[in-house]
Design a protein around this ligand. Sequence first.
Ligand code: OGA
Ligand code: MN
Length: 247
Amino acid sequence: MKINIMLSYLRNCKFRHNIITRTYCTEILREQPKEFVTSTIGDINFIDFHSTWKNDEEEALRKQVLEHMRVIPDFISEAEENSLLAEVEPQLKRMRYEFDHWDNAIQGYRETERGSWSEANSSTLARVRAAAFPPGAALLPHVHVLDLAAAGHIRPHVDAVRFCGDTIAGLCLLSTAVMRLTHEERPHIAFDALLQRRCLYIMSGAARYSFKHAVLGNEDSTWCGRRVQRLRRVAVICREAPPAHAA
Ligand code: OGA
Ligand code: MN
C-alpha cells in the first residue's frame, strides 16, 4: 500500500463531535504532592482536564488518563532536535502542504515515513522506544514524520486499530501545540495535553482507544485560558504494530 494512502487510513474517522473550546486548569490534581508523578504516570502539569469532567464515577478514568497519556517535557535537547530536522527537512521541502482534502482528518500537512536514520538520530529514537514501549513490543518498521504548517490542524480521530497497535509515541519539534483528547462516547469528558517543543508524548490504552485526539490549529490553541502560539510543527512518531489478528 502506498505510504500516504496508509497514513490517511490511519486517521480515518467520522467527525461526530465538535471540538470543545473552553478549558480550565486542573485544580485537584495540581495540588497533589510531586511524588505522585512517577515514571509511569504522565506529568500532571501538562494535562488539563476540562471542567465538564466532574462526575465521581469518572474519577477513575482521570487516573487512567494520567497513566495512558504521558507527556515528558524536554525529552530531547536542542542539538537532537536540530539533528532530526536536518535529516528530514530535505525530503519534506520537496513536498507541498496539503490543504484541499475537505474530508481529511488533517489540513495543512506534508508527511513521510523513514526506515533508516543517521547514527545520532538512531540513538535518539532508541531512547524514545525505550521510554515509550514495553520491552519486546513489535513496532511499525518506519517512523512517521508529520509536518503541520502554521495554518494546519488535525481533527479529532482515533488511529485505526488495523494499522496501529496500543502505544503511540511522538516527539514534538519546532513548536508547542495543544492536543485535545475527547472521549468517544461521552464527549464532555475531554482534556488537553500541552505538547511543548522538544517534549515526548506517549499515548496508549484508554487515551489511545477511548478518546479521539486532535492537534488544535493556531487560532484555537489555548492552555489553561492562555493563548498558545502554534507555529509550524514537525512530529516524529513511533507506533506499535497492530496485533497480528487485526492486520
Ligand atoms: C496522526 C496524529 C499527532 C501529532 O498522525 O495520526 O495524530 O502529534 N499525529 O502530530
Ligand atoms: Mn493520530
